[in-house]
Write a protein that binds this ligand. Structure first.
Ligand code: DP6
Length: 328
């Protein structure tokens, strides 16, 4: 049977990917660095079946069509071309976290789908090839393929653009406390956002300064230097949102509760608590700290007005295969 089941984690970018050199292949304008989110998981099973007349997608138990199915179909098409398999597939995928809220569900979704579909089609791809494959479906998905702390080398073309692990999950017991302030789907997806990046006059400055921020971030991770990490992570997040808010048309992902959490986190850091924030393309705030401070910070976050829930994640492993099948 042409079937495989894979799991992958989403990731939170410390140095963000925003803007492409090549939109079709998702060759990004800058390198980026992220951490896989171990507590959050996508499980995806792919079955290539002879009776199917087109690809099918079941998301969290619900038969899904439209844009989500087209994106999945495009990746499956690539896998069919690489492997020679000619069958359509049934994809069953489930998340243990809410999607479309700035927790990049597309990253874990397409990392898991790449591994499951390549394996179900009879291929054993190397990590770099899997990362390249996942990238073509969702840029940040290439960073959910390797383990732990990961850097995506932007490269110039399909073969030179992939992600590698720079430190394993055990390297540093960081915690990402995701303060959920909204569970609604964002109105403008990242794909549209990336296409607008160059319309902001700030994007050129952001890109010019990126090598410096990447170097500081990489060093901070390798040295487990939280203070240095906190400064560069907040700066990078603010720079991306400055580009987002000054593009044409302008986008805006923050909500009042987003800003309230950002201000509190900055205030806590000024009083000596080692903590910082970063925000992806959504309203929820990723609050980073070392595990020894997570209990206290989580309690303080819960008491803030507008915070609905806290999701707790430690550094996660690589995308991997599993053996227990998904129930129909
Ligand atoms: C703000 O990878 O979601 O989360 O390639 O269109 O799927 P697509 O975009 P996506 O963009 C992620 C943007 C970000 C920053 C980041 O994760 O680096």
């Amino acid at each position: 049977m042409h079937q495989a089941l894979a799991i992958a984690h989403p990731n939170i970018a410390f140095i963000k990917y925003w803007g492409n050199r090549d939109h079709m292949l998702r060759i990004p304008s800058n390198d980026s660095i992220s951490m896989n989110l171990g507590g959050l998981t996508t499980r995806t099973q792919v079955t290539f079946e002879s009776g199917l007349v087109n690809d099918r997608l079941t998301l969290d138990g619900i038969e899904t069509s439209g844009n989500a199915l087209s994106r999945v179909g495009a990746l499956l098409e690539r896998v069919r071309a690489m492997s020679g398999i000619q069958l359509f597939a049934h994809v069953q995928s489930e998340n243990n976290f809410p999607s479309g809220t700035g927790i990049a569900s597309s990253a874990s979704a397409f990392a898991a789908l790449s591994l499951a579909s390549a394996t179900a089609a009879g291929m054993q791809l190397e990590e770099r090839d899997l990362s390249r494959l996942a990238r073509t479906a969702s840029g940040s998905a290439c960073r959910s393929v390797p383990a732990g702390f990961v850097e995506w080398q932007a490269g110039m073309d399909h073969s030179s653009s992939f992600a590698v692990s720079i430190a394993p999950p055990s390297h540093w017991s960081l915690v990402d406390l995701v303060a959920i302030v909204s569970r609604e789907h964002k109105c403008t997806g990242s794909y549209e956002g990336h296409q607008l990046a160059n319309t902001s006059p700030l994007q050129a400055c952001r890109l010019k300064d990126a090598p410096k921020r990447l170097e500081i971030c990489r060093r901070a991770i390798l040295d487990r230097d939280f203070e240095a990490l906190a400064e560069v992570v907040e700066l990078d997040s603010n720079m991306m949102h400055a580009v987002i808010m000054t593009s044409n048309p302008r986008l805006q992902y923050w909500q009042p509760a987003t800003l309230a959490v950002m201000l509190e986190v900055s205030r806590w850091r000024k009083t000596g608590i080692p903590v910082c924030y970063t925000i992806d393309a959504g309203p929820n705030v990723h609050v980073l700290c070392e595990s020894k401070h997570a209990g206290e910070i989580s309690m303080q976050l819960t008491s803030l007005p507008g915070v609905l829930e806290i999701l707790n994640s430690h550094p996660g492993g690589a995308a991997r295969l599993e053996s227990n099948p998904v129930d129909d």
